[in-house]
Write a protein that binds this ligand. Structure first.
Ligand SMILES: NC(=O)C1=CN([C@@H]2O[C@H](COP(=O)(O)OP(=O)(O)OC[C@H]3O[C@@H](n4cnc5c(N)ncnc54)[C@H](OP(=O)(O)O)[C@@H]3O)[C@@H](O)[C@H]2O)C=CC1
Ligand SMILES: O=C(O)C1=N[C@H](C(=O)O)C[C@H](O)C1
Length: 250
């Protein structure tokens, strides 16, 4: 059987470099291009790439995906910075290229995907819920894409269950003291040398708290998810948001 032809964009970055190694080592995949900043996207077409793994930065991801989708190259995207407006633009490109698939995964690690799932399950049972994400200090965006997605899932579950707004008597606060408000859920971002990617979901009810914590201690934690995404996206036209759709979690 022929190998799936895969390119990595952002190939010299922290996760991109790890992805290059993982794709090159996978027996069923062939690494046909590894692009850094300034490398021409035409290389993807010349190399016959079937799937592009997009691991760059929020300022680059849209142009890269527009090119890929217009050329029928499937995308596996870890880059952050997704808004409703950006997703709508991407869906417009996908509508015009109906056999092309794009997976956007706020987090490729199984532990983080499960954290989001457990947080969504738990959200309606507690009066209070807040998210703390902790990352290395070179990260350019805050809050993390994972934390933003976790908060949205929590908020959705609470809305569906008809939960009351969270109790919070704060009337005076320094800017940022209560974190960012993501869909009504406070999200706090820590940037600390020595860390990689970590998240806690704190839930509180009368007389009890529950903490769900996940730690990625190495970029290798993201590789099985990226490889799964590459293998699955070629048969999943349109937009898939979240790796959980490619995992049999239920
Ligand atoms: N979904 C997930 O599981 C994960 C997602 N991420 C996300 O992936 C992204 C990258 O993270 P990280 O590796 O830590 O960041 P880095 O800054 O280490 O890497 C990004 C790389 O992309 C390069 N780059 C920027 N624009 C382009 C472009 N147009 N074409 C090709 N290369 C480009 C940068 O070049 P230069 O060095 O010149 O700036 C850099 O080498 C972030 O958005 C991060 O949040 C990270 C880990 C896991
Ligand atoms: O920048 C990172 O490092 C990470 N980014 C993603 C995010 O913003 O959620 C995924 C993971 O947290 C690592």
């Amino acid at each position: 059987m022929s190998k799936l032809r895969v390119a990595v964009l952002g190939a010299k970055g922290r996760i991109g470099a790890e992805a290059v190694r993982a794709v090159a080592a996978a027996e069923d995949l062939e690494l046909v291009a590894a692009l850094g900043r300034g490398d021409g996207l035409e290389t993807l077409v010349e190399a016959g790439a079937e799937v592009a793994v997009e691991l760059t930065e929020p300022a680059s991801v849209m142009d890269n995906l527009e090119f890929c989708v217009r050329h029928g190259i499937h995308g596996v995207v870890g880059t952050t910075g997704w808004t409703d407006e950006r997703l709508a633009r991407l869906e417009g490109w996908l509508d015009a290229s109906p056999t092309t698939g794009v997976l956007i995964a706020p987090n490729f690690s199984i532990g983080a995907v499960l954290t989001m799932r457990f947080a969504r399950q738990a959200a309606r049972f507690f009066e209070s819920v807040e998210v703390i994400e902790l990352h290395h200090p070179n990260k350019v965006d805050a809050p993390s894409g994972t934390a933003a997605r976790t908060a949205q899932l929590i908020a959705e579950a609470r809305r569906e269950a008809g939960c009351a707004p969270q109790p919070d008597a704060t009337t005076t606060a320094l800017d940022g003291a209560r974190g960012a408000d993501v869909d009504g859920v406070p999200v706090h971002s820590v940037r600390l040398r020595g860390l990689l990617a970590h998240q806690e979901v704190l839930l509180g009810g009368e007389g009890e708290t529950l903490t769900i914590r996940h730690d990625s201690t190495h970029h290798s934690s993201f590789m099985p998810g990226i490889l799964l995404g590459v293998r699955r996206v070629v048969t999943a036209p349109g937009l898939t948001f979240g790796l959980e759709h490619f995992l049999d979690l239920d």
